[in-house]
Design a protein around this ligand. Structure first.
Ligand SMILES: *[C@@H]1O[C@H](CO)[C@@H](O)[C@H](O)[C@H]1NC(C)=O
Ligand SMILES: *[C@@H]1O[C@H](CO)[C@@H](O)[C@H](O)[C@H]1NC(C)=O
Length: 161
């Protein structure tokens, strides 16, 4: 066998297996396993509903006629161990939007719910914060819209592990 190919590290299926035998199994599989898969489903259903409400409320209340920022892209995710990094980034954006909107966009509940579908706790990135009042509205509206679009697309399989 070519020794070079051995050094490339595990292929994707092996990685998943290693995760499930180790950390993922210990931390995530109990909560993603069959008995509680319906719980994850419920959390995701709530997230879909609440993210849409947050966006529509903020739009109506504080951002009529405010455009979204096409250059501001949030990551999206599919459920599983690898989603944790993206979920952390989304949480950092949601927390920033809450602060920059003076709590007018109250993202505390959805941010907390995202904790429940995350397998690990990667460091949160620092987010660029606009200074200007109007730019902050654009930021907040865009974050809420991207988040609710992402939740609308999110599907839950019957078995994640
Ligand atoms: C994380 O986000 C990036 C950028 O949007 C995306 O390409 C990637 O597929 C996401 N990863 C997961 C595990 O969902
Ligand atoms: C957040 O959750 C609490 C307790 O469940 C609820 O009373 C509150 O209205 C929620 N806030 C928002 C903004 O949805």
């Amino acid at each position: 066998m070519d020794p070079q190919s051995l050094r490339k590290g595990p292929t994707k299926p092996t990685l998943v297996l290693l995760c499930c035998v180790g950390t993922w199994l210990a931390i995530c599989c109990p909560s993603f396993g069959a008995p509680t898969a319906s719980m994850i489903k419920t959390i995701v259903e709530l997230l879909k509903l609440e993210s849409k409400e947050l966006y529509e409320d903020y739009l109506k209340k504080d951002a009529v006629g405010v455009p979204t920022d096409e250059s501001l892209q949030l990551p999206c995710f599919t459920l599983g161990f690898e989603a944790s990094t993206n979920i952390s980034i989304i949480q950092a954006y949601l927390e920033t939007a809450k602060r920059l909107s003076d709590n007018r966009a109250d993202t505390a509940n959805v941010t907390k719910r995202l904790d429940d579908i995350r397998c690990s706790n990667p460091p949160k990135p620092s987010i660029y914060e606009p200074e200007d009042f109007y730019a902050r509205k654009i930021f907040t509206l865009t974050v809420l819209k991207r988040f609710s679009d992402c939740m609308a697309e999110l599907k839950v399989k019957d078995r994640i592990c």
